[in-house]
Design a protein around this ligand. Structure first.
Ligand code: CP
Ligand code: NVA
Length: 313
């Protein structure tokens, strides 16, 4: 008989635009459910029978697209994929009208967008839950899988050292918000001029997070239990004239086996993927014995099943 978890009533029907949309207790419940899903909870059962998730993509995706669709299928529902070429968010018709249409047909909307404000607008007009599948500001569903993966090696994350090295982008911002919930000691090392969002950082400090910003990647990596990196050129920035300069600015920030030697002997390396090999990371780091990047990719499925289960049940 498959393990069954009671859905958290406080999460039913809620939006998930940022990790801080969850209280610490809700964050714990979602992660506990993610671990349970990986153990096989609900296997063969169909808690989301008849439910549909609309998935909107303004940008490409492998992991988010596949794992949300598989998650809905495994929970007994299904997903409809809508590319921006088809629906034209804000061009073919206003974001408001798209929300007001979709809410009549589906039980939830997951959207990957350029502007975070597009998600806020979808959420404002849709009476059904809106889930952030990545925006220019945050990537909160990724962080659920990341912390599931971290807890597989370090079950109690309180006080462990997480070093994020690279661009102060949507991933760095999401790490800052998760430091509030996880209790880790987070160090973010970026080149000068590439620091994370100052408002998100200040809010996290006010909420008691332990975060250090630095420009020294090696100092950040030394002794860390978790080393994390992400691309230097995010989706949507490819055509920027500054790309060449940007890559030059990141000299010394590349994750290599030598950098992995500096972290805790039991430490792990994570990357949300896709990797731009030869830029922020070399292949030898992804394939290194400390690397957990493919477990992390697997956990996107389990963590999102947990999230969908609590928001839609
Ligand atoms: N990490 C991540 O979100 O991957 P995709 O861009 O392939 O969805
Ligand atoms: N910072 C990256 C994350 C990809 C999952 C981007 O926005 O392209």
């Amino acid at each position: 008989m498959a393990e069954v978890i009671e859905p958290l009533t406080s999460l039913k029907g809620r939006d998930f635009l940022s990790n801080l949309d969850l209280s610490p207790a809700e964050y714990r419940a979602v992660l506990d459910t993610a671990h349970a899903m990986k153990r096989g909870a609900y296997r063969g059962l169909r808690p989301l029978e008849g439910q549909t998730l609309a998935m909107i993509f303004e940008k490409p995706s492998l992991r988010t697209r596949t794992t949300f669709e598989v998650a809905m299928n495994q929970l007994g529902g299904h997903a409809v994929n809508l590319t921006n070429a088809e629906i034209g968010l804000g061009t073919r018709e206003p974001v408001r009208d798209i929300a007001l249409n979709l809410e009549r047909w589906v039980e939830g909307i997951m959207a990957r967008v350029y502007l975070h404000s597009t998600l806020e607008e979808l959420a404002r007009y849709s009476s059904k839950p809106v889930i952030n599948g990545l925006s220019d500001l945050l990537h909160p569903v990724q962080l659920l899988a990341d912390y599931q993966t971290i807890e597989e090696t370090f079950p109690d994350t309180k006080g462990i050292r997480v070093a994020y090295i690279g661009d102060g982008n949507n991933m760095a911002n999401a790490h800052i918000q998760c430091a509030v919930l996880s209790g880790v000691k987070l160090t973010i090392a970026t080149p000068r001029g590439y620091e994370p969002n100052a408002i998100i950082y200040m809010e996290a400090l006010k909420l008691g997070a332990d975060i250090t910003l630095t420009h020294d990647p090696l100092e950040a990596a030394k002794g860390a239990q978790v080393l994390y990196t992400d691309v230097w050129v995010s989706m949507g920035q490819e055509a920027e004239a500054s790309q060449r300069r940007k890559i030059k600015d990141f000299t010394g920030f590349q994750v290599t086996p030598a950098m992995l030697d500096l972290i805790d002997p039991d430490g792990i390396f994570l990357h949300c993927l896709p990797a731009h090999y030869g830029e922020e990371v070399v292949e030898e780091a992804t394939l290194h014995k400390k690397s957990r990047v493919f477990d992390q990719a697997e956990n996107r499925l389990h963590a999102q099943k947990a999230l969908l289960y609590h928001l839609l049940s």
